[in-house]
Design a protein around this ligand. Structure first.
Ligand code: AMP
Ligand code: ZN
Length: 461
């Protein structure tokens, strides 16, 4: 019997048992990146978390997973103008960069990765349907969705439309009937990307892009729609309104999943605030597996405060597990024939409880360290590797994990010398110098830990 899966659904605000629309099949859509810049570690959180969900779902279902590319957006236009490049020069570079960064974090490619610019006809068609049903109107080269025509507007983000309208202090554009009406189509000046449409040359609104791509690749009703918490309003609220109205009231997505924010100094990491840490930069000093685990150490709905300690802690965790797996040979066949331990499956099936799943991995590693029986060693190691296939971890050879010390800029003697120098600095209370040396080592993937029995150091590369 397969294990029940429970997922927290934003629309109902409850943890629900997951049941797919069509038996045995699951359709899932994740809002992908807007490609005008390199992905930061906050952008990587939904990619990693929902990759994990995809891996879990594939245990029991035939999954069709779509993650789009938003390659038409005003932020991309601004980046193109600023760098004096064409739109496609910008988007191609960042699409490739995104995919290679995510691959380095163990994120599997989605089954389909549609680009908004390949779906303009579908978008125009959906707008026409919405005009026909009376949910959208054309004004001044723009087409707008009329939020007052959709009774459930606000249900995902728990906002009351009449309160929103009463409180609207923004200057309302002349072409809008109501302050919260949102753009489905807008006119483009000759210098901006545009497509011919019944409303003149223009480009789609962002929310519409996802609705059209979902309909084309997954149909009118999907099982799971996912994204970061910041997308609940207005992006997902507007997607629901458009798709539900264009599809005569049919349910758009049966479960809505949102990851919490990753923050630095308690402030959301975001491109516009400029407090970002790029995945590519982190990958220069840390292995993708360490970064992936760092993202999975907190439950996905909880905020995740990001610092160098997050990475150090993840590195230590992997050292512990790889340390236990070292020198134990397990064949791929044995791993493939080994079931994921039920406590780990249970934790992940409970709304992706990754901290609990990792705690189980550690208790297996501890057991592995204790036993001297080679059969038992092989069995436990195979269980850890099998769990790793869902977690997207432990995919490296345990002996190689530790042998990477040779790639470090410093020799072992130099590392010891730097550690001694740091000890001296600490003894004379020159903490700035001590911290500088610690960071100097950290950049090379060497983390140091002050223990009661002296300094311990660990290598990560
Ligand atoms: P964007 O490229 O800005 O459209 O964002 C891509 C994805 O990253 C979306 O699902 C966002 O919700 C998500 N995201 C952006 N910033 C953060 C953050 N600081 N923490 C978690 N998720 C984020
Ligand atoms: Zn979207």
């Amino acid at each position: 019997m397969t294990m029940k899966l429970f997922l927290h659904d934003t629309l109902t605000g409850e943890k629900l048992e997951f049941k797919p629309f069509k038996p045995g099949k699951v359709s899932m859509y994740l809002c992908g990146p807007t490609v005008y810049n390199y992905a930061h570690i906050g952008n990587a959180r939904p990619a990693v978390v929902f990759d994990l969900l995809g891996r879990l779902l594939r245990q029991n279902y035939d999954l069709l997973f779509v993650r789009n590319i938003t390659d038409v957006d005003d932020k991309i236009n601004a980046a193109a103008i600023e760098s004096n490049k064409s739109i496609s020069e910008i988007t191609e570079v960042y699409i490739d960069a995104y995919n290679s960064d995510m691959a380095a974090l163990g994120v599997n490619s989605p089954d389909i990765e549609p680009r908004a610019t390949d779906h303009i006809n579908e978008m125009i068609q959906m707008i026409e349907e919405l005009i026909d049903t009376g949910n959208a109107y054309h004004a001044d080269g723009h087409v707008l969705f009329s939020v007052e025509t959709y009774d459930n507007y606000g249900s995902l983000s728990k906002r009351d439309l009449s309160e929103m309208l009463a409180g609207a202090r923004v200057v309302v554009a002349s072409y809008k009937k109501s302050a919260h009406d949102f753009v489905l189509w807008k006119p483009s000046t000759p210098d901006l990307p545009g497509w011919d449409s019944p409303w003149g040359r223009g480009r789609p609104g962002w929310h519409l892009e996802c609705s059209a791509m979902i309909k084309k690749h997954l149909g009118k009703t999907i099982d799971i729609h996912a994204g970061g918490q910041d997308l609940v309003f207005p992006h997902h609220e507007n997607e629901i309104a458009q798709s539900t109205c264009a599809h005569q009231g049919e349910t758009f997505s049966r479960y809505w999943l949102h990851n919490g924010f990753l923050s630095i100094d308690n402030t959301k990491m975001s491109k516009s605030l400029g407090n970002v840490s790029l995945v590519r930069d982190l990958l220069k000093d840390h292995s993708g597996e360490v970064i992936r685990l760092a993202l999975l150490t907190a439950h996905y709905r909880q905020p995740l405060e990001w610092s160098s300690n997050t990475l150090i802690a993840a590195k230590k965790m992997l050292d512990r597990v790889y340390g236990a797996l070292r020198n134990i040979n397990v064949t791929t066949q044995k791993i493939n024939n080994t079931k994921v331990p039920s406590l780990i499956l249970e934790a992940l099936s409970n709304d992706l409880n990754t901290p609990m799943a990792m705690a189980e991995v550690f208790s297996l590693a501890k057991k592995l360290n204790k036993t001297l029986d080679s059969n038992e060693q092989e069995n436990i190691a195979a269980q850890i590797y099998a769990a790793g296939k869902i977690l997207g971890l432990f995919e490296q050879n345990a002996n190689e994990w530790f042998s990477k010390i040779t790639e470090c800029k410093y020799s072992e003697n130099e590392i010891r010398a730097l550690i001694n120098e740091r000890e001296v600095a600490r003894s004379v209370k020159d903490f700035n110098k001590a911290d500088r040396i610690r960071d100097q080592l950290l950049v090379e993937g060497i983390s140091i830990e002050d223990t009661s029995s002296g300094v311990r150091w660990l290598i990560d590369k």
